[in-house]
Write a protein that binds this ligand. Structure first.
Ligand code: ADP
Length: 570
């Protein structure tokens, strides 16, 4: 199982998947947790809204009793539960009316008299006794309008901004001029109501008391909480702190007491979610992904290895032909296997026929020799010179076959070593012609050379090859016939032809002439001393030179054998 392709594929992909899923999960959890924490610490966008709304309520109301509807509204908007407690932690109100367990950290403390910002931290909406009645507000709006119009008549760009008390503050582009003061005064915008005047007087008393000058005022607080020092003021007096404190003291009964706001996440809080259920959910999903990937890989692995298993089974069962499916790697492997099987079969067939051929080739002359020797010993045949010649011929044939076999075996084993050297081709061919002419009585062998090429080749092996062709040509030519040996250079090739006008080779036989032990006419060739290995040897020798040998023939009109050598011409 461990060595199975599917198992290994499965193991490998599981390992990869496990690493990927673990790394991804870890990264996701890490980055999400970090982001949630960051967002949590920075506060949600809704936090500012909650604080501001509660601050406004505190500035305009004296108690917290009616705050619940506001909290409920806010809670729906920010999707979180909101709880108010006193500064000592006592429960005051919550958005859903219940008293939940409070988170460890409050969102913000709320006190309209100690808020952030200008004006000594007093929320501008906390106006207490300075608030104008609706009628007074309408009048103030009309007057400030007249004032800005008057200023516009002087080309002064002034804008009125409504404040918490219902009064308007003026903002003027550029430096204030005498005309601004005039317009302000003539419009009546500077008029102070009785209530305001009384409140200012009280603030004045409180401030002077704070400064330790209750009896003899050192500072006069003006509308808008600006101030001027009186003649009795000591030099360098800084009354601002006392003014702010006195304002707080004056406003305290008009605003709600300080509180703490708590905000609780509704449902599942993201931080908790990630650490427990969230992590479990991620683990579950990762497990599912792993299981799915496992199943897919198993299926793919089995599908992939199926043809391989079929191939193995077929080989084990001794089959040699397998159906090739598709052009993929396995298809090509199957095709290669079929090819290999076919070649192995051919080689096996050749080996078997070669063994039986050799037995036959060596057996026939030996049988003849034995028969003649037996006849001579029994006195049936006379042991004269004729018999001895016959025996010598048979022995020579045996020798011939064995020599040829040795050459072929050497070529097959790759032991056929070539010793190339520059050779004058015509000289080499001349030697072959002369050697064979001596043995062929009535047959004329001619050399027809075109030029005098010098080529690099193994002269012994080429002489042997051409010699085999010439001896065949002589053997299959009628008495008085002619054998022609031609040589020429064709491009980079050296071409040697051996042509005869003898018996020729039938068209059906031509493809077989270079096979070992193949003979067109068994009795005739045997009679003429052929081993049936001559052309096979020629082909081996020429192919060892990197060349080719081919035959053309017409039965009854002779044959031509052509050797083509890529001899690097010297
Ligand atoms: P062998 O020793 O029998 O000649 P080869 O291998 O040389 O064996 O030749 C194989 C067969 O090819 C011969 O038996 C013969 O039938 C045929 N053959 C070869 N050369 C010629 C040729 N020049 N003319 C006609 N037949 C030939």
């Amino acid at each position: 199982m461990r060595s199975s392709l599917t198992a290994r594929l499965l193991g490998l992909s599981l390992l990869v998947m496990l690493c990927t899923v673990t790394a991804t999960t870890w990264l996701t959890v890490q980055s999400t947790t970090r982001e949630v924490r960051q967002e949590y610490s920075q506060g949600f966008a809704g936090d500012g809204l909650i604080v501001d709304a509660v601050l406004e309520y505190a500035a305009e109301n004296t108690t917290w009793t009616g705050v619940t509807p506001l909290l409920t509204n806010l809670s729906q908007y920010v999707d979180r539960q909101i709880v108010l407690t006193g500064t000592d932690g006592t429960f005051l109100a919550s958005s859903d009316g219940t008293q939940p367990e409070l988170p460890a950290r409050e969102l913000a403390p709320v006190d309209p008299l100690h808020a952030a910002g200008e004006g000594g931290g007093i929320d501008p909406r906390a106006v207490g006794p300075y608030r104008l009645t609706p009628e007074e507000q309408t009048l103030a709006a009309a007057r400030i309008n007249t004032a800005t119009e008057c200023m516009a008549g002087f080309g002064i760009d002034a804008a009125a901004v409504r404040e918490g008390s219902g009064r308007f503050a003026l903002t003027i582009r550029g430096a204030p001029t005498a005309q601004v003061a005039d317009c302000y005064r003539t419009s009546g915008a500077d008029a102070v109501t009785d209530k305001e005047r009384a409140a200012l007087r009280r603030l004045n008393d409180l401030t002077n008391a704070c400064l330790g000058h209750a009896d003899q005022p050192v500072v006069t607080v003006l509308p808008g909480f600006t101030w001027v020092l009186t003649a009795a003021a000591p030099a360098g007096l800084q009354p601002q702190r006392c003014i702010d404190d006195s304002r707080r003291e004056q406003l305290r009964p008009y605003v709600a007491p300080p509180v703490q706001i708590y905000v609780i996440e509704q449902g599942t809080a993201p931080a908790v979610d990630l650490s427990r259920a969230g992590t479990l959910r991620i683990a579950g999903v990762s497990g599912l992904v792993l299981a799915a990937a496992f199943a897919v890989t198993l299926l793919v692995g089995l599908r992939l290895s199926r043809p391989l298993r079929a191939l193995t089974r077929a080989v084990e069962n001794g089959e040699t032909r397998l159906p090739v499916r598709g052009g993929d790697e396995i298809g090509r492997l199957t095709a290669a296997f079929n090819d290999l099987s076919a070649r192995r079969e051919t080689v096996e067939r050749q080996r078997r026929s070669m063994v039986s051929d050799i037995a036959h080739e060596l057996g026939s002359p030996l049988t003849n020799i034995r028969a003649w020797l037996q006849a001579a010993r029994d006195g049936v045949a006379e042991a004269d010179r004729e018999l001895l010649d016959l025996l010598a011929d048979e022995a020579a044939l045996l020798h011939h076959v064995i020599d040829d076999l040795r050459d072929l075996a050497a070529a097959d084993a790759g032991r056929l070593r070539l010793h190339p050297e520059p050779v004058y081709v015509n000289e080499l061919l001349g030697q072959v012609v002369v050697a064979h002419q001596g043995r062929a009585d009535s047959i004329t062998i001619t050399l027809d050379a075109d030029g005098d090429p010098e080529a690099v080749l193994d002269p012994t092996r080429v002489r042997q090859a051409v010699g085999n062709l010439v001896s065949n040509a002589v053997r299959y030519s009628p008495p008085g016939g002619t054998v022609t040996v031609r040589s020429r250079v064709d491009g980079d090739d050296l071409v040697i032809e051996v042509a005869d006008a003898g018996s020729g080779i039938a068209e059906d036989d031509l493809p077989h002439v270079f096979e070992r032990f193949w003979r067109a006419d068994l009795s005739r060739s045997r009679h003429t001393g052929g081993s049936g290995l001559g052309l096979a040897i020629v082909r081996n020798l020429i192919e060892a030179h990197g060349g080719t040998v081919t035959a053309t023939s017409r039965a009854g009109h002779g044959s031509t054998f052509t050797i083509r050598l890529p001899a690097s011409l010297a």
